[in-house]
Write a protein that binds this ligand. Sequence first.
Ligand SMILES: NC(=O)C1=CN([C@@H]2O[C@H](COP(=O)(O)OP(=O)(O)OC[C@H]3O[C@@H](n4cnc5c(N)ncnc54)[C@H](OP(=O)(O)O)[C@@H]3O)[C@@H](O)[C@H]2O)C=CC1
Ligand SMILES: Nc1nc(=O)c2c([nH]1)NC[C@@H]1CN(c3ccc(C(=O)N[C@@H](CCC(=O)O)C(=O)O)cc3)C=[N+]21
Ligand SMILES: [Mg+2]
Length: 289
Amino acid sequence: MTAQIIDGRALARKVLEDVGKGAAQLARRPGLAVIIAGDDPASHVYVRNKVRRAEELGFLTETIQLPDDIDEGAVLDEVATLNARDEIDGILVQLPLPEHVNTLRVMAAVDPAKDVDGLHALNAGRLTQGSGGLIPCTPSGCMKLIQSIIPDLTGFHAVVIGSSNIVGKPMAALLLEAKATVTQTHIHTRDTRFIARGADILISAVGRPGLVRGDWIKPRAIVIDVGTTRVPKVEGGYRIVGDVDFEEARDVAGAITPVPGGVGPMTIACLMENTLNAALVRQGELVSA
Ligand SMILES: NC(=O)C1=CN([C@@H]2O[C@H](COP(=O)(O)OP(=O)(O)OC[C@H]3O[C@@H](n4cnc5c(N)ncnc54)[C@H](OP(=O)(O)O)[C@@H]3O)[C@@H](O)[C@H]2O)C=CC1
Ligand SMILES: Nc1nc(=O)c2c([nH]1)NC[C@@H]1CN(c3ccc(C(=O)N[C@@H](CCC(=O)O)C(=O)O)cc3)C=[N+]21
Ligand SMILES: [Mg+2]
């Protein structure tokens, strides 16, 4: 069989349309601030894309560029300043931070009500307890992609390859909340291929091109490829590739997300959705995100 290709760009457009309608109901436009430290070119591309989307929606945006050698205290000061500014509804600290900065301490400093990445321990805890809060953008986008194919995940076996705080762990929590049976793997997992083959829904969030081969996939499974690795092209520039061997997977899976054009655009759309929800809560239009 040939898998259905799940169109992340088209679904992202729908999400953004709804965000635009929601934002129009607000007395004050949502405000998104992005902190970026250092000069990693890939990080700058992602930040520019996020800011451009926010501007298209009429949001207030601000990018705070910090030097690579900034000390942790100064990053925490920037966060505190943004926490105190009423017109800022969402704060995103672009990752990775410089090596000498403790990511968890920075995350803990962000006002949970403005934590549009859903990385504060309060939001992460609320997610595992199913009690609302802001949800990390990439897993949130993956859920929408999966549910565009199977709206009700009750009892399906989902396998999440990768266990980071930003993708793998919240992905597993969301799937569990949706009543799927969830297996999570990581670098020490033995025989990931065998585990993956049992998945009705297979999500790979590792960053290793070609990790997931055709024989890792159960026939007709839904495959969500979060991996985004930059590979230099011989003619210059780069292309981005996922974790999944797309050509092999296409012959086995029931549905699959492409890279690019799958999870990436949904991540940005869900960031806009989170920013709108944070603004709605902060402006008293919603009790909880
Ligand atoms: N499209 C999008 O919107 C986004 C894409 N990404 C991409 O997704 C990928 C993952 O991102 P992120 O979670 O931040 O990355 P991290 O590097 O933080 O996490 C990768 C995870 O994969 C695990 N891992 C490494 N090798 C294997 C393996 N062979 N089998 C199973 N697990 C393995 C690691 O295990 P351990 O913890 O034990 O080391 C870790 O848990 C990257 O390619 C990133 O660029 C990320 C965010 C958004
Ligand atoms: N605090 C924080 N939050 C993040 O959400 C976050 C982060 N840090 N650090 C880096 C990763 C990576 N990430 C991506 C977002 C969009 C695309 C995306 O739009 N990708 C396009 C292609 C883009 C291209 O061509 O380079 C696509 O897949 O179609 C990819 C990757 C968010 N991340
Ligand atoms: Mg660090």
